[in-house]
Design a protein around this ligand. Sequence first.
Ligand code: FAE
Length: 554
Amino acid sequence: MYDDSPRGARPGGVSRRRFIAGTGSVLGSAALAGQAPPALAATAPEATAPEAAAAVIEPGAHVPALVIGTGYGGSVAALRLAQAGVDVHMAEMGMAWDTPGPDGRIFANTTSPDYRSYWLRTRTKQPLSNFLGFPIDRDVPRHTGILDAEEMGGIIVYQGRGVGGGSLVNGGMAVTPRRENFGAVLPSVAPDEMYSVYYPRANQGLGVGTVDPDWFETADCYQYARVGRKHAQRSGFPFVFVPDVYDWDYMEQEAAGTVPRSALAGEILYGNNHGKKSLQKTYLARAKATGRVVVSALHKVTSVTPAAGSRYTVVIDQLDTTGATTATKTVTADRVFFAAGSVGTSKLLVRLKATGALPGLNAEVGRGWGDNGNVMCGRANHLWDPTGALQSAIPCCGIDNWAAGGAFAEVAPLPTGIETYASFYLSITRNPHRARFSWNAAAGKVDLDWQTAWKQPSVDMARTIFDEINAKEGTIYRTDLFGTYKIWGDHLTYHPLGGAVLNRATDNHGRLHGYPGLYVIDGALIPGNTTVNPFVTITALAERNIEAIIAADL
Ligand code: FAE
């Protein structure tokens, strides 16, 4: 069998003692951890910009199109603009993630967080903070790592940092909302065009596929999902397979032991070394292949202001891997695409409006932000319902109780390497609350007025599924995952949406009101909820909008 682990350790080789006392971490899902290799855990490499050798934007440069951020919206914009003959520069605050670390791997394993794992933190902030009553966070060297756990008042917003944005850290679940729910997702967009043209285009561009149902029935690594299905169906809930961008053929080879393991080694939250088709392998690869797209990693946009000749002046800080600014560059662009993610774009626009850089942005900027109703929970199964010591980190199914109870629950893995008898779920719920970003002049930062108590409707909706399953199965909720005696993971979201909502802060294709040539093209456009995991909708909407922008504006 192929053994690619640095110390020859299999996930199943984690001892129970080490598992309990060690660190932990989570995916859209969760994983508990062993020890990091000491050399990696102790120090980060020297503060350098490993991407320095790559072409980066020069001070004083002029570019036809500047894209802020390299996630889904930004990657779609870059590809389509380049195909239309426009030269594009992408500025990305995170790292390039194209260079192996001292262990020969680009990404750290979820079970062994190290300097690569967190964005400028000295201690991990794992979505599951506890296990069996023990806190599982650990110290890590401060570094421009891949996962940002951004604390925004009443909520922690998890985001990917680096070339590829959220596609670097997410579960790859590629879900198109049910058509009957679409009117609530994007009320100003015609469902016909989305379902006949842009959703198919997005799914194709992302490389979306579905697990082979025959293999699923026999694969050890999906025993947890089969238990999840059995419990859902015994309580009468609709169970659905969920597409994903993971290479399913590769996963079958992982299970067969013929290739290095990634999903089956618990990799995900801090990046997948194999198997996952992140944007680096799909949209961004195609964009770069046009020869018209250049990406500057570790470049953070701090300002956009109108300049002479219908241009915009863009100020960009170049960072080193400690997060320090090593250079500040001023460039100009004919068009600027805000694709910094819901939080990144919203914070930037709110600050630029309040501080006089873009005073003409309208009053909708900063409004309409939601958490996609995310809430997590675990259930403790009976001894006759083991969920498996080997669990694929890539979820492939869910429970759809949206119509009856307002919740779509992903059956998520808990890939600890030992049998836990736990079922774990990330629910997406119809939470009605929307928050607002505003400029805090005294503190010199943007605040979000989300309140932790606003998660209660999400908890109630998730309960429509799990109270019933627990009653039927004679089981209980886990109380050891999010603190001591705490059932609900109601402190976080993986799915920030909104803040520059389509047809309110922008026109119906993402053009910012008041500033020709400025566009929003990411999750900030979506007013707070997609009823399912969001990136297919973000990608499809970007495909729709950039097509209209290229046709009308260029
Ligand atoms: P995003 O992908 O966040 O990209 C924004 C980029 O802009 C990032 O690379 C930033 O570093 C960069 N940036 C920000 N500010 C600046 C600045 N000032 N200058 C330069 N660059 C900047 O935005 N969604 C699913 O559909 N399925 C899943 O299975 C799933 N699982 C998830 C699991 C986790 C742990 C997390 C965190 C998210 C998950 N998501 C999932 C959510 C999904 O990744 C997210 O909705 C999209 O990535 C958002 O896409 P955007 O293009 O809006």
